[in-house]
Ligand binder design. Structure first.
Ligand code: NI
Length: 289
């Protein structure tokens, strides 16, 4: 890597020289009066030019490699952060208050969409949420509010949810609302729900997505947990996010020109793109040297 960096550094002026050298050769008038460097098979000039071309190829290869690596990093960022979340307004069962996403600003939230008449999945997911809350260090527990959002506004009244809440962890806020309010909140998280057996009466089940969404204190979607994730797997990821060490922090920092120069000299580990967007990864080279 260090060698490649040096070659590239050397290759830049040499490449410029080779471009200048080509111009007279391509113009017919000067080519006839002066012997072209391409005329004799081997001269110092042609050796120099092929060296420069080699350096240019190396530089180009390095550039492409850096570009692909950057592409991969960018892709990870975009797929890791789907466009989920946004403002919502619902009614809190505990006190009948109208609450919005802003009511929970400053705290992390753990959202789950379900319904109180769900026979098994919703209760077991809510038990899991309770386990997560019990296992978190108190400092983090105080900074995380689990929210249960009903996808069944027809039956999940404030009174119904208040009674239902008694079976689960006391930190969970149960939210419901009009079908419009509940539908709008669900759409922000691309929640699927549909009556499974609509016989027209009040005795129906709902098919719905079973996902826990972790949202930041500023309302930014951070992560999600499917049903297959155990409480301890959820806890590990939640703790990482709440410690401010989310995946985005693993991306290389932006490097200034001084870092770039130090990187060329092998004095700084610059496994990150410089201002030209190129990577100068001297770590491997420095380790071998
Ligand atoms: Ni359910």
């Amino acid at each position: 890597m260090l060698l490649a960096s040096r070659l590239r550094a050397a290759g830049r002026p040499a490449l410029a020289a080779s471009v200048r050298a080509r111009r007279p050769a391509s113009s017919s008038s000067s080519a006839s009066t002066k012997p072209s460097p391409w005329a004799s098979p081997v001269t110092w000039t042609s050796l120099g030019l092929s060296g420069a071309a080699g350096a240019a190829v190396l530089a180009y290869y390095e550039y492409e490699r850096a570009r692909k690596r950057r592409e991969v990093l960018t892709k990870v960022t975009t797929t890791g952060k789907p466009d989920l979340g946004g403002p919502w307004a619902l009614v809190r069962a505990r006190d009948g208050a109208l609450v919005t996403n802003e009511s929970y600003a400053g705290k992390h939230t753990l959202l789950y969409f379900g319904f109180s008449k769900c026979p098994d999945i919703c209760p077991s997911e809510l038990v899991k949420v309770g386990r997560v809350m019990d296992a978190l260090p108190p400092r983090m527990r105080d900074n995380l509010v689990p929210l249960f959002v009903s996808v069944d506004p027809w039956r999940d009244s404030v009174a119904q949810l208040r009674a239902y809440a008694a079976d689960f962890h006391p930190t969970i806020d149960f939210l419901t609302g009009t079908p419009d309010m509940v539908g709008a909140a669900g759409r922000k998280y691309r929640v699927y729900s549909s009556k499974a057996d609509d016989a027209g009466d009040d005795d129906y089940l709902l098919d719905h997505s079973i996902v826990l969404y972790l949202v930041s204190p500023t309302g930014e979607f951070l992560d999600f947990f499917t049903q297959s994730k155990t409480a301890s797997e959820c806890i590990a990821v939640i703790e990482r996010h709440m410690q401010g060490a989310g995946p985005e922090e693993d991306l290389p920092e932006h490097l200034g020109p001084v870092d770039w120069a130090l990187g060329l000299l092998g004095l700084r580990d610059t496994g990150a793109p410089d201002e030209d967007g190129e990577f100068h990864d001297t770590k491997a080279g420095a380790a071998k040297a």
